[in-house]
Design a protein. Structure first.
Length: 216
């Protein structure tokens, strides 16, 4: 399967929810990664970030995505580690796995604008032949928080090696509200019967995922 070379320039719309999840319910990190990083906890709860993402024109690939990542610390440095992720692009799946060790799986993702929200919100569903993974309805509020730099360091296990990948970009940030439904027994069951701490919409984001090649 062919896929773009690193780094990936990606553009689109993203809806991010942040959750507090009891430490005992946090998804497990791969053994080689768990030896190098530790989940960040607050009062016995870990911090999970989820995102529904639609990558659109202007980037190297166009596809939809649902992901869940845990906030970890690498000594004193904060990182995020993607623990569950589904895409509807075979090229994205292959590239994510082979370039960065991101455990992408294929799924059917259905996104539609929320007409009640002036088209800025989202109704989303992800599923496979085995059933529904998650559903969400996201509405954006009137409060616009401006256009800001956005970035993170993603830590994953690539083969038997821990790798850190930079993500940098900009997005217009808008306050939002998300209502999720996660079926019992689904891969994201650790979010079941919980509510996000907060949600934001990253509108018209423009990011660079990965490292630039060293000049020759």
């Amino acid at each position: 399967m062919e896929y773009p070379a690193e780094p990936w320039h990606l553009c689109g719309q993203m809806y991010v929810s942040v959750w507090l999840v009891p430490r005992a319910r946090l998804p497990r990190l791969p053994a080689g990664l768990a030896a190098a990083v530790r989940p960040v906890t607050i009062g016995g709860h870990g911090i999970i970030g989820t995102a529904w993402v639609e990558y659109g024109p202007g980037g190297v690939l166009q596809y939809r995505e649902l992901l869940s990542a845990v906030l970890v610390r690498d000594r004193a440095r904060p990182r995020v580690s993607i623990v569950d992720i589904w895409v509807d692009s075979p090229a994205s799946r292959a590239g994510g796995r082979q370039l960065w060790g991101i455990p992408k799986e294929l799924a059917e993702l259905e996104f539609s604008p929320d007409a009640a929200d002036g088209g800025d919100g989202l109704t989303a569903r992800a599923g496979t032949g085995e059933g529904v993974i998650a559903q969400a309805r996201i509405s954006t509020g009137p409060r616009r928080l401006g256009r800001w730099p956005a970035g993170a360091s993603v830590v994953q296990l690539l083969g038997d090696r821990v790798t850190v990948t930079p993500v940098r970009g900009r997005a217009s940030i808008r306050a939002a509200h998300a209502a999720w439904r996660v079926p019992a027994g689904a891969p994201l069951a650790y979010l079941r019967d919980r509510r996000p701490l907060f949600t934001v919409a990253l509108r018209d984001f423009d990011i660079l995922f990965g490292r630039r090649s060293a000049p020759r």
